[in-house]
Design a protein around this ligand. Structure first.
Ligand code: DI6
Ligand code: FE
Length: 400
């Protein structure tokens, strides 16, 4: 059977559904044609392939390419000065009153050209790509006006044109109140009737997100955004139960959301609802760590109810200025007590599910895009065990 490229003498962690653990194959082989996987499995069971190019992996491990399913890569400025003020004892409230917080990033984002937004985001994206990331989700949410949200989403799309990476965009207009609008209901009405329909018509958003929290928007306001997303034919995600239990997980499940994210304060009813709805719990240990949160997401409840769990960087300038998905693997285990299998599934199969793309990426199975990460490790657990060390040997996207 003809194939374009063949990787032999490899150990595979396929993360295939239904199999035990990581879907390990000791003496494995992967064949690709037209960018997609023809075969991934034991060499002894493989068809006889005639390959244009054969790669001897010399016994190295191969996982699916890593997927960062929750980022705010596109934004202007940074919040280092705010970080310094907080270290000196200033509270969030004092910083917010002094014009800090999300609003300061909104000002910097609005002041930046679309090219500048692309340029600064590319530096953060390159750090992720260097660690084997082949797909990334990128949210808007620092523009908070039609023009600036449009620029942010256009910049996000351009990241996928500027690098060999799959970009999924998410409209997060319901992230915070813009400085010029004091009324939350009036702003949410503007998001639902003007911003979301326009950006959806322009094909700039693949999904819609909202920040359901006391300092952001209520469950009722969030539901309005979700109704508008449904009317525009877009799937939804939710920043849910990050700082308090507003029933965000159950709300996301009620709307059949792709994912509910953060979830430190989610309760058992929320965990069960997520499991029933097939909504992925996306855990964000970088934000938990950076804001020095003490309440961990209820991982035991997710396990008990069969809630799928993913991991992501939540790369954003305020609560998670983090561009290492490998460090997130370690944090998932060390801070949230996830197992190695849960961590690795969380940045591959379950991250793909959280983006509604499991049919095309996230596992090493025939028919999916041939997105691979080849590692210089003795066992997959090393990817979770180490901190600040990058054992990537090679990154392949769509077979190349
Ligand atoms: N939750 C967060 O932690 C970030 N956004 C959100 O919905 C904070 C964003 C920022 O502080 O810039
Ligand atoms: Fe976030």
């Amino acid at each position: 059977m003809l194939c374009d490229r063949l990787w032999r003498n490899a150990r595979l962690a396929t993360l295939a559904e239904g199999g035990p653990g990581l879907g390990l194959v000791e003496d494995g082989l992967i064949a690709a044609r037209d960018g997609r996987i023809l075969y991934a499995g034991p060499a002894r069971a493989a068809p006889a392939f005639a390959a244009r190019e054969t790669v001897d992996c010399e016994g190295r491990w191969i996982t699916p390419g890593l997927i960062d399913c929750h980022t705010h890569l596109v934004h202007g400025g940074d919040r280092a000065a705010e970080f310094e003020a907080r270290l000196a004892g200033a509270s969030y409230e004092e910083i917010a009153r002094a014009g800090g917080g999300i609003v300061s990033t909104v000002r910097a984002t609005r002041a930046a050209s679309e090219d500048a937004l692309v340029g600064s985001a590319l530096r953060r994206l390159d750090a992720l790509i260097a660690e084997g990331v082949t797909a990334v989700e990128v949210k808007s949410g620092y523009g908070l006006s039609v023009a600036s949200e449009r620029a942010s989403l256009r910049a996000a799309r351009r990241l996928g044109e500027s690098r060999d990476v799959t970009v999924t965009t998410t409209f997060l207009g319901a992230h915070a109140l813009p400085p010029e609008e004091p009324d939350k209901d009036r702003y949410i009405a503007h998001v639902c009737t003007e911003m979301l329909p326009a950006l959806a018509r322009e094909g700039l958003a693949d999904a819609v997100d909202a920040f359901c929290e006391g300092i952001a928007f209520s469950p009722v306001q969030t539901a309005r955004v979700f109704e508008a997303a449904r009317a525009a034919g877009l799937p939804v995600k939710l920043h849910a139960d990050q700082l308090s239990d507003l029933g965000g997980a159950a709300l996301a499940a009620r709307f059949g959301a792709l994912s509910a994210d953060h979830l430190e304060y989610a309760d058992e009813a929320g965990a069960a609802a997520l499991a029933r709805a097939g909504t992925v719990a996306v855990l964000l240990p970088g934000a938990f760590y950076f804001i020095r949160e003490t309440r961990r997401p209820p991982v035991d409840l997710f396990r008990r109810h069969g809630t799928r769990m993913a991991l992501a960087t939540d790369c954003n300038p305020g609560t998670s200025p983090l561009t290492s998905l490998l460090l997130v693997l370690n944090m998932g285990a060390t801070l949230f007590r996830l197992t190695v299998e849960e961590c690795l599934a969380g940045v591959t199969r379950e991250a793909a599910r959280a983006l509604g793309r499991l049919h095309e990426i996230g596992t090493l199975e025939a028919g999916k895009w041939c997105d691979l990460a080849v590692w210089d490790v003795e066992r997959p657990a090393e990817l979770v065990y180490r901190m600040g060390f990058n054992p990537l040997h090679a990154r392949i996207r769509k077979g190349r």
